[in-house]
Design a protein around this ligand. Structure first.
Ligand code: SAM
Length: 187
């Protein structure tokens, strides 16, 4: 079962804030991979450059099927967010202090505005809470940007993103009850 996506015309980008190259390589890579695997189509690593993280995400995107329209790093977060809003995009900040996801997900899903989803690392500056159209919590316990992002995207796409068709994949999985089957795709 594979769904094609409506995402060609709507941007759903993930902006990673507060990445510390000496500590967060693995988790930021996971943020990028979850963004891709759960239906987002852009990844922005804000304020820092970390080639290793970006290369890992690009490699997966090339091998397992093109999903991202854009992968960028070193982008000034505040400029980027303001520009996004000027272009009529909406900004969703995931934070445990926000409103419960189930109260707002329908209106977020129903609007056809481009969506920028922000996840932090350590403390997120207050200005982000002000700029966000929605501060959204996934439960009221501190957990992880990876978990918060996965659950938010799964709710946004109503679970269909798990079956999206990833174009131009070099390899794909043939699902099996036991064992592993991966096949190469003709290019
Ligand atoms: N004090 C932070 C906060 O404002 O949510 C927790 C820091 S947590 C290590 C890193 C990121 O995970 C946060 O910036 C947020 O994006 C995400 N996060 C953690 N728990 C969350 C929750 N319950 N709901 C939504 N996002 C969460």
């Amino acid at each position: 079962m594979a769904y094609s996506t409506n995402i060609k015309w709507q941007k759903v980008y993930v902006l990673r804030l507060g990445h510390r190259p000496n500590r967060d390589k693995r988790i930021t890579t996971h943020v990028g991979l979850v963004a891709r695997a759960f239906g987002a189509n852009g990844f922005i690593l804000a304020n820092v450059v970390d080639d290793k993280v970006i290369e890992s995400i690009k490699k997966v995107d090339e091998q397992w099927g093109k999903r991202f329209i854009e992968i960028r790093q070193g982008v000034n977060a505040l400029k980027y967010i303001n520009e996004w809003k000027r272009n009529n995009g909406e900004v969703i900040h995931l934070t445990m202090y926000g409103v419960p996801v189930d109260l707002v997900i329908d209106s977020i899903r129903q609007s056809n505005r481009n969506k920028l989803i922000i996840v932090g690392a350590e403390k997120v500056p207050g200005i982000i809470y002000e700029l966000a159209d929605y501060n959204v919590s996934i439960g009221f316990q501190p957990h992880s940007e990876v978990a918060a992002l996965a659950i938010f995207l799964d709710k946004l796409f109503s679970g269909k993103e798990l079956y999206y068709d990833y174009m131009e994949a070099r390899i794909r999985i043939s699902p099996k009850q036991k064992g592993k089957r991966v096949y190469k795709c003709p290019q």
